[in-house]
Design a protein around this ligand. Structure first.
Ligand code: GDP
Ligand code: MG
Length: 441
């Protein structure tokens, strides 16, 4: 997909504005992209129409090419459709604030109830009670008990022979008398839209008057999520969506469909099975995921801002004049890497496929690695930095002790430095500027 977009960006270059004729190809690509992402067809149609309206006649700013500008418009419209900014759980109610969880069986309601409990305890400092109204599967009540414990919240007992409405009322009464801030009500799953169960959750809603009615939906449902969302929207005044299992869904289309159909914000995304696998939903990031391209424009800007062009030119001139690449230059390069906003923030902006290759653990390791290397070079004297050939065993031991690392690590750094020096000699400066230019400098 990224390939297709870049081809398009190329074919549209040299044209100063987005017109009816040049926008058609682009919109076809956008349409394909959304269908590939498993967005429901009616939602795709609406979306493409909106993008077209926004794009037509728009002047293309500065150095951006029309294709790039359109990618920007698409990206922004995607993010806007999925909800701008972030919206946390609304607790503006006379305590206990009741949160009702609704959704199909297996969507992740019980798991998400515990994840939310943990979030509200840790981030909002609330006293949280959970209760299960799922009387159809005894294991479901036990499951909520277990995960509630993991979350550090309190669990209100219920049994399969009780009526969900009675359970809910008793739990609410208990929450009131024991000054809980929040009552999270987990409900029975539905395998499909089932009228009896829909009537039941409507009843629960009427009795509890929840401040949040959250529709929990499995991201892997793709375009099928649309019908489920419609049915729940018709039955209940939903206030928000939680999109679960985004870790297993590479396409991301459900978010767009569900948001469009319900008109309520996606508040959180489930990112793992674990109790802490819940993140505030980030529409912009998700937009990038849907198009599989990341926020390329922002990436280019960030790199341009981060690279110190003057320093790069100075370095190039120095290498060209034969003055040689020393450890000070090496240190400068490490610092530039850090300046570019940190590796992980850069990775956020890369297309999904690329970013997937570098896990977060890899990234924080890489950042730590840069800091350690800086530490080692900072333990050297100015003379040693200019003349690395002075670094023999005694000096290396002193430097290692100063930086708090093993001598082997100093050796590794020197090896890396020598490799880089070799490259610099080959490029003789000219190539270096070219490389920096390619990066946007
Ligand atoms: P419920 O029937 O709606 O209550 O769904 P459950 O909470 O029992 O979850 C069903 C399954 O989905 C369980 O195996 C969960 O561990 C899993 N699950 C829930 N949320 C997530 C998520 O965000 N990521 C992943 N990978 N698994 C999830
Ligand atoms: Mg459940």
């Amino acid at each position: 997909l990224t390939e297709k977009f870049s081809r398009l960006v190329k074919t549209m270059s040299g044209q100063a504005r987005i017109t009816e004729s040049n926008v058609q190809d682009m919109l076809r690509e956008v349409r394909m992209a959304l269908l590939e992402a498993d967005v429901a067809l009616p939602v795709v149609r609406d979306f493409v129409a909106r993008v077209k309206e926004k794009a037509l006649g728009q002047e293309v700013l500065g150095s951006l090419k029309p294709g790039q500008a359109l990618v920007g418009i698409v990206n922004r419209e995607l993010a806007a459709t999925m909800g701008e900014g972030v919206s946390d759980i609304n607790l503006a109610a006379q305590p206990p604030a009741v949160i009702l969880m609704a959704g199909l069986q297996g969507a992740g309601k019980t798991t998400t109830t515990a994840k939310l409990a943990k979030h509200l305890i840790e981030k909002r400092k609330k006293k949280v009670l959970t209760v299960s109204g799922d009387v159809y599967r005894p294991a479901a009540i036990e499951q909520l008990k277990t995960v509630t414990r993991q979350a550090g919240a309190e669990w209100f007992p219920s049994t399969p022979d009780q009526k969900p409405l009675d359970i809910a009322r008793a739990a609410l009464d208990h929450a009131r008398r024991h000054y809980f801030d929040v009552l999270l009500v987990d409900t029975a799953g539905r395998l499909a839209i089932d009228e009896v169960l829909m009537a039941e959750i409507k009843q629960l809603h009427a009795a509890l008057d929840p401040v949040e009615t959250l529709f929990v939906v499995d991201a892997m449902q793709g375009q099928d999520a649309v019908n489920t969302a419609k049915a729940f929207k018709e039955a209940l005044p939903l206030t928000g969506i939680i999109l679960t299992k985004t870790d297993g869904d590479s396409r991301g289309g459900a978010a767009l469909s569900v948001r469009q159909v319900t008109g309520v914000p996606i508040k959180f995304a489930g990112v793992s099975e674990k109790i802490d696998g819940l993140e505030v939903f980030d529409a912009e990031r998700h937009a990038g995921r849907i198009l599989g391209m990341g926020d390329i424009v922002a990436l280019v800007e960030q790199v341009t801002a981060g690279v110190d062009v003057a320093a790069a030119q100075k370095l190039a001139a120095k290498v060209k004049s034969g003055a040689g690449f020393d450890l000070n230059d090496f240190l400068g390069q490490l610092q530039q890497m850090k300046q570019m906003g940190g590796l992980s923030s850069l990775m956020d902006k890369l297309p999904t496929q690329m970013a997937a290759k570098a896990s977060e653990a890899d990234l924080s390791r890489a950042e730590r690695d840069i800091r350690r290397k800086e530490g080692i070079i900072n333990s050297m004297t100015p003379l040693e930095r200019r003349k690395p050939e002075l670094l023999k065993a005694t000096r290396k031991r002193r430097i290692a002790a100063g930086a708090g690392v093993q001598v082997q690590e100093v050796n590794r750094l020197l090896n890396e430095f020598e490799q880089m020096q070799g490259m610099m000699k080959k490029m003789k400066g000219g190539g270096l500027m070219k490389m920096m230019k390619r990066m946007g400098g």
